[in-house]
Design a protein around this ligand. Structure first.
Ligand SMILES: NC(=O)c1ccc[n+]([C@@H]2O[C@H](COP(=O)([O-])OP(=O)(O)OC[C@H]3O[C@@H](n4cnc5c(N)ncnc54)[C@H](OP(=O)(O)O)[C@@H]3O)[C@@H](O)[C@H]2O)c1
Length: 257
């Protein structure tokens, strides 16, 4: 077990990548505090994760609520060794029809919320802790329709390096996991029916060198690496978990003759 005697905070731990990571962390011996807004899915996740997990409602855009959840979690399980700032939303902001409301919501959740999660956690973090921020391939790919989402994730990538330099004196590591398209509820209508999911899976597979849609475990296992001592000399880095989409796009099936 790679996380024995550790305590982890996972924002957005009641769905998708966050929930898969919480399950893996608990299986590896950690105690996990998960947050989210949806009380029903929080309760379901708590049941699934068992006694070594605590599920707390906290909106990542509400700094006071985030601080309160972190304090509560630390009181129950002790100071944190791992923070996975994972909570995030999608939201289209195509040039020509974007609204300020959606633009600001995406930035406040995916960028501002990430910063204040880390800042709020600092007093409750052990020295030599590992902080992992959830980025995205969109930080470096020009995917149409997603200026706010891309700007937020590019901001996450930049912030991680700054945080890494600020927190190195305490031995705290800050790295980014940057997923490509992963099968989670974040895709909404694109994957809402079995037919839609099949078509989506096919489209992503065509654009991905490894020819498939990513799964939550692909990301969770990379987060485990960044959380554990296996990555104890990895600082300020970004690991893409995208089947090669960013590094080797020409290897995708769509380009094969
Ligand atoms: N799936 C992909 O293809 C993909 C690709 C690249 C990056 N990512 C990133 O991966 C992260 C997780 O997404 P996912 O794909 O696992 O989607 P998901 O299944 O929709 O999970 C998103 C999680 O974030 C939580 N969340 C959203 N807004 C929140 C807020 N204001 N306060 C607290 N929690 C909030 C949600 O819980 P509540 O709804 O209960 O609040 C949920 O647990 C996101 O940062 C996303 O940008 C995903």
């Amino acid at each position: 077990m790679r996380l024995t005697n550790t305590t982890a905070l996972i924002t957005g731990g009641n769905s998708g990548i966050g929930l898969a990571t919480a399950k893996l962390f608990v299986a590896e011996g950690a105690k996990a505090v998960i947050t989210g807004r949806n009380k029903e899915t929080l309760a379901a996740a708590a049941k699934e994760l068992g006694p070594n997990a605590l599920a707390l409602p906290a909106d990542a855009t509400d700094i006071a609520a985030t601080e309160a959840a972190i304090k509560h979690g630390a009181e129950k399980f002790g100071k944190f060794d791992i923070v996975f700032a994972n909570a995030g939303i999608a939201g289209g902001t195509p040039l020509g029809s974007a609204t300020l409301d959606v633009f600001e919501k995406v930035i406040s959740t995916n960028l501002t919320g990430v910063f204040f999660t880390v800042q709020s956690a600092l007093p409750y973090l052990n020295d030599n802790a590992s902080v992992i921020l959830n980025g995205s391939v969109i930080s470096v790919l020009g995917i149409p329709g997603y200026s706010a989402y891309g700007a937020a994730k590019a901001g996450v990538r930049a912030m991680a390096r700054i945080m890494a330099s600020e927190l190195s004196p305490r031995g705290i590591r800050v790295n980014v996991v940057a997923p490509g398209a992963i099968r989670t509820p974040i895709w909404g209508p694109a994957t809402a029916t079995p037919e839609a999911e099949k078509a989506f899976e096919k489209r992503i597979g065509m654009m991905t060198p490894l020819g498939r849609l990513g799964e939550t475990d692909h990301v969770a296992k990379t987060v485990l690496f960044l959380a554990s001592d296996d990555s104890s000399h990895v600082q300020g880095q970004e690991i893409f978990v995208d089947g090669g989409a960013v590094a080797s796009p020409s290897g995708a099936p769509i380009y094969r003759g």
